[in-house]
Design a protein around this ligand. Structure first.
Ligand SMILES: Cc1cc2nc3c(=O)[nH]c(=O)nc-3n(C[C@H](O)[C@H](O)[C@H](O)COP(=O)(O)OP(=O)(O)OC[C@H]3O[C@@H](n4cnc5c(N)ncnc54)[C@H](O)[C@@H]3O)c2cc1C
Length: 452
């Protein structure tokens, strides 16, 4: 309460909050200050009052970095927003604290698997019978974006399992195979991998696989090699695509963990996606029962259908990776001080930030539209290919600008941006390289094939 001034001398203090003055007197020697002030000229008094007011500048609260400038989230359903929030929390509380350690160890943190099971994300995309939920592509895209914002490797683990492996069973499996495997894959009781690429067959894989399958009674005998196969060092079920020597068609086989003749070596020394365990698989007279051949995958057409389903997801990886890098760079620009100023006050740094934001926003709107088309059944190969080309390139530019914003700290793992920078190199090359996806789009728009 304001003290009441009763004596005439005190009238001079009228309007002054004496209780605040009393609080101030506990912190500083008020009589000494008043004494000094009484001898000051007008200019000195003005300086003193500016000083007491906090140097004339109150610390301004800067906007929190937010990589959703055009309110993408606002266009989603409440349910999709809730899913995105669940993923964000999971990434920030479970993955972020351990990711750098596992990055350095070049290992996947398998303790995340039961936690991901609890998140139950697969059922946001797939139904038990192998069909997709009505808004599967948009939901999957947002899940992937939120994962990649923190760590692309986690999204790759998820994408290989929930996209490539699970989709192979969903599109290529018989009703009996789906009934057995879909619930287990959806619950992450079984972890899946997808073995298509070979040491000699990357981009040209559709033109012929070297891995062979030969029928032998009730079984098939597989021989060959597969390279780069994500999750395969610990997967329970690896889909192996092999050429049937009898009819020359590509068929899918479910190779279960521990099958004799199935050997996996972890690929060492990657500079990107170091939490993902990529295996080099050798198949030596590996016997797979006929009941474990994907019954509805009788040509490369099914393999291509699976890849088409997942390509949009890879475009979303670029979005999330760029989003994470942009937010980190903005935060750094708001706090790092050089030449007595926050580096975000420099025009050249603002140019980086706006360039990154422009890329990111364009990528988000492109991918959202792509996924809407995919959910509506109107997306064609060339639509997905264009999104992959554009997002991978824009992501590469964005993470480079983000890394640059950090100066030397940009190459240190602990500052976060270096991981995004490296991971982008893998995004750029898998699920169809930039060149191959460009050729797909070029052929579609010109009607002329430039493939050789
Ligand atoms: C981290 C990572 C994870 C992966 N995970 C999996 C997985 O889980 N399962 C799986 O099966 N595969 C996986 N892959 C493989 C991936 O799909 C291939 O790396 C990709 O298809 C490219 O093949 P390649 O690496 O053999 O390159 P290549 O095909 O040898 O290409 C080399 C270069 O030549 C260019 N090129 C090739 N052909 C043409 C042409 N006709 N015209 C113009 N340019 C051309 C390419 O664009 C590229 O720049 C993964 C790869 C990586 C890096």
């Amino acid at each position: 309460m304001q003290p009441v001034i009763t004596d005439p001398a005190g009238a001079a203090l009228e309007g002054i909050d004496l209780s605040k003055l009393a609080q101030l007197a506990q912190k500083i020697d008020l009589p000494a200050l008043l004494n000094a002030a009484s001898g000051m000229n007008e200019g000195q008094l003005r300086q003193l009052s500016t000083l007491l007011a906090g140097g004339g500048k109150r610390p301004r609260e800067l906007p929190a970095p937010h990589g959703d400038f055009y309110d993408l989230m606002g266009t989603l359903s409440q349910h999709q927003r809730d899913v995105a929030a669940r993923v964000r929390q999971f990434m920030e509380t479970e993955v972020a604290p351990i990711m750098n350690e596992y990055w350095s160890r070049d290992e996947f943190p398998q303790q995340l698997i039961p936690k991901m099971r609890e998140l139950n994300l697969m059922r946001e995309i797939w139904n038990d019978d192998g069909t997709r939920t009505p808004d599967a592509s948009v939901t999957e895209g947002v899940i992937i974006m939120e994962m990649c914002r923190v760590d692309v490797s986690t999204a790759v683990f998820f994408g290989v399992h929930a996209g490539l492996a699970l989709a192979s069973v969903a599109l290529g499996g018989s009703e009996a195979q789906k009934a057995e495997l879909m619930p287990k894959l959806l619950n992450l009781e079984l972890v899946g991998a997808f073995g298509l690429t070979e040491p000699e067959g990357g981009s040209q894989v559709s033109r012929g696989l070297h891995t062979t399958a030969m029928r032998d009674g009730d079984a098939w005998v597989l021989n060959g090699e597969k390279k780069w196969i994500g999750n395969s060092t610990f997967s329970d079920l690896t889909v192996i695509w092999a050429r049937d020597v009898a009819d020359d068609q590509v068929k899918g086989f479910l190779v279960r963990k521990g099958t004799p003749g199935f050997k996996v070596e972890k690929i060492q020394g990657k500079i990107a996606l170091r939490l993902v365990e990529n295996g080099h698989i050798t198949l030596t007279d590996c016997r797979v029962q006929e009941i474990d051949r994907l019954q509805n995958a009788n040509s490369f057409r099914t393999t291509a259908d699976v890849l088409r389903l997942t390509r949009a997801g890879v475009a979303w990886q670029g979005v999330g990776c760029a989003m994470g890098a942009y937010e980190l760079a903005l935060k750094y620009a708001q706090t790092r001080v050089q030449f007595g100023k926050k580096i975000g006050e420099f025009q050249l740094i603002q140019n980086h930030l706006v360039h990154m934001l422009g890329n990111l926003t364009a990528m988000q709107t492109l991918c959202l539209r792509l996924s809407v088309m995919e959910d509506a059944g109107t997306m064609k190969d060339e639509h997905a290919a264009l999104a992959k080309v554009v997002t991978a390139a824009r992501c590469r530019e964005t993470v480079a600008l983000a890394r640059e914003t950090f100066g030397g700290n940009g190459i240190l793992l602990e500052y976060g941006v270096a991981k995004h920078f490296c991971d982008t190199e893998a995004i750029y090359s898998y699920e169809g390289t930039n060149e191959i996806n460009t050729l797909v789009v070029g052929r579609a728009v010109s009607g002329l094939s430039a493939f050789v």
